[in-house]
Design a protein around this ligand. Structure first.
Ligand SMILES: Cc1cc2nc3c(=O)[nH]c(=O)nc-3n(C[C@H](O)[C@H](O)[C@H](O)COP(=O)(O)OP(=O)(O)OC[C@H]3O[C@@H](n4cnc5c(N)ncnc54)[C@H](O)[C@@H]3O)c2cc1C
Length: 536
């Protein structure tokens, strides 16, 4: 069988791209080394405790239902259903106060006001000012192939919204929060959101991130039945489009003939041919160094791919619990609404903790625990046996603990106990509720998903210029791999980066179909025209 397109990896970005290509009439194949497609969209049954489901990678899916691909690929029809709890995020302080983010901004402002009136007013001001910036600029920039930085700046300078965006982004998230908000818990909570996106909070050029998050209608969602249900729906969309997904198949080489990518050689020696093109959803070192013989590539491309950097602060350590009863947080006595809390943050009381966390990451040591997570079964009983529950907490920990990631294999149980201790202080019934527990370290993440080098779940830092048109590296930012014809990129190492946004795959589909002379009618108005048309 010959294909028009072969896609390397079958995470969500690859599957989204594959489904769009299939709908455009192309014969597609994706090759995936694991036994199931979906990458970070996975759910597993605890082998020791049947019926308890856990989501070892992504869980909080940011407004997936409003993503253009969710709608275009009709994923609801393919069986996935998303829940969006109203009390979206709750930060529990050490003295049992609760800072709350609701899907309704008015309720969030009320919660801020209980901490600090001036901060509540600042929240409203930034929210209102950034709603149009998010809806007219940032949303479209994320879901379009990026523009060169100079051209983008020139276009943004033509409108008042664009100029304001450039002005606010000139600061770092830390500078933004310290200058605009007063209360240390609110400052810490806002920076936590920035940290969730793994952007270095000291890095200038990202000052708009927090204002954009405050204004964004996107809230955390979860998939009923577990995160893997989104992967199953994407697989169904791919198969309906005529696409094929081969699991347990690892490419050992991208085949290049006459300067053009023509297929892949698998590790079992099979040649899979692509008449049109090959697309990689893997990271730049995998794509350009492990899979392509360097005689096919200009030396500078090999060098730039080799120096692609990963996020210091992205690696996550996870503690998963099986519970015989729901957790009851002590703070619920004064805040009964916490019974319905979705994401819960603990251990974070002051903005200064972030500097401490960064320096622990730099040294490879463990900072005092700041963690966040949820109890999925509060909202979806299907993820545990009747009456029982699951819960998890994540903490950012260094990848190379004590200078060596393998140390995690010796220390992970002990680290899980440290997290459990903090959790128990907030939820006293935890002790008697736990049936069983297990942990996953940043090294376990890298072992499961080989593209997440150094446990970087965003598959590439946002520092060192690795953003926008220069992501993953200069010359490769338009989803076309430099140096080889017919080779494209579609994974999280490309704009706009990792997390379950599906936008690298969606944007790559726009570029590839335009190159084939058959742009999808679903594709948004080109970003250049959209920015040029902004008034004011
Ligand atoms: C612990 C953890 C928690 C997370 N939580 C969230 C969250 O709550 N919300 C959120 O939005 N995101 C979360 N993420 C991040 C999210 O999972 C990733 O950013 C996202 O999965 C990246 O999507 P992708 O399609 O680019 O790559 P992936 O999902 O990583 O898919 C890549 C695929 O390629 C395959 N592959 C790798 N190497 C090869 C090879 N050599 N040959 C063939 N196949 C290969 C992999 O097996 C994988 O299936 C989390 C990640 C982790 C690890």
């Amino acid at each position: 069988m010959t294909y028009d397109a072969i896609v390397l990896g079958a995470g969500h970005n690859a599957l989204i791209l594959q489904a769009y290509l299939g709908k455009a009439g192309l014969r597609t194949l994706s090759v995936e080394r694991r036994s199931q497609a979906g990458g970070g969209l996975s759910t597993m049954e605890d082998p020791r405790n049947p019926g308890f489901l856990h989501n070892p990678h992504a869980f909080f899916l940011r407004s997936v239902t409003s993503m253009p691909w969710f709608v275009d690929l009709e994923l609801a029809r393919h069986g996935v259903s998303l829940l969006e709890p109203e009390l979206n995020v709750s930060l529990l302080t050490g003295d049992d106060r609760v800072l709350e983010w609701w899907t309704d901004i008015e309720r969030t402002i009320e919660s801020f006001a209980r901490f600090n009136g001036a901060d509540a007013r600042a929240l409203r001001r930034w929210h209102d000012e950034f709603v149009p910036i998010v809806s007219e600029i940032l949303r479209w920039e994320a879901s379009s192939p990026p523009l060169p930085a100079e051209r983008r700046r020139e276009l943004l300078m033509r409108s008042s919204a664009g100029r304001r965006l450039l002005e606010v982004s000139a600061a770092s998230p830390l500078e933004f929060v310290l200058s605009e908000f007063e209360d240390p818990v609110i400052q810490a909570g806002l920076l936590f959101f920035n940290g969730l996106r793994e952007v270095d909070l000291r890095a200038r050029g990202f000052g708009h991130h927090i204002a954009a998050l405050l204004a964004s209608p996107s809230k955390a969602q979860m998939a009923r039945g577990g995160t893997a249900q989104l992967a199953r729906a994407l697989e169904a969309a791919v198969r309906e489009s005529g696409g094929e997904i081969r699991t347990q198949t690892e490419p050992s080489r991208i085949l290049v003939e006459g300067g053009r990518a023509v297929g892949v050689l698998t590790d079992s020696g099979e040649e899979l041919r692509a008449e049109g093109f090959v697309v990689s959803s893997l990271n730049p070192q995998q794509t350009f160094i492990s899979l392509i013989d360097d005689r096919h590539l200009p030396a500078d491309v090999v060098a730039r791919a080799g120096s692609f950097r990963y996020n210091l602060l992205a690696p996550l350590f996870a503690l998963h619990l099986n519970l015989r009863e729901p957790l009851h947080y002590r703070a619920t006595d004064d805040h009964p609404e916490l019974e319905e809390a979705f994401m819960v943050i603990m251990g974070l009381d002051h903005v200064d903790q972030f500097n401490d966390i960064v320096s622990h990451h730099e040294r490879g040591t463990r900072a005092p625990t700041v963690m966040w997570g949820a109890s999925p079964t509060r909202f979806d009983e299907s993820q545990a046996p009747a009456g029982a529950h699951t819960a998890f907490m994540w903490e950012k920990t260094p990848y190379a603990l004590g200078g060596d990631p393998r140390s995690w294999d010796r220390h992970k149980d002990e680290h899980g106990d440290t997290m459990l201790e903090l959790w128990r202080r907030h939820a006293p019934n935890l002790e008697s509720a736990v049936i069983d527990k297990f942990t996953r370290s940043p090294l376990d993440v890298e072992r499961s998903l080989h593209n997440m080098t150094a446990g970087d779940l965003l598959v590439g830092a946002f520092t060192d210029g690795q953003t926008g048109f220069d992501r993953p590296f200069p010359g490769a930012g338009g989803y076309r791999a430099p140096g080889i014809d017919g080779l494209y990129l579609c994974g999280s190492s490309s704009h706009p980066g990792g997390n379950v946004t599906g936008l690298p795959g969606y944007n790559a589909a726009q570029v590839i179909l335009a190159d084939l002379g058959a742009p999808g009618e679903w594709a948004p108005v080109p970003i250049e025209g959209r920015l040029a048309a902004l008034g004011g």
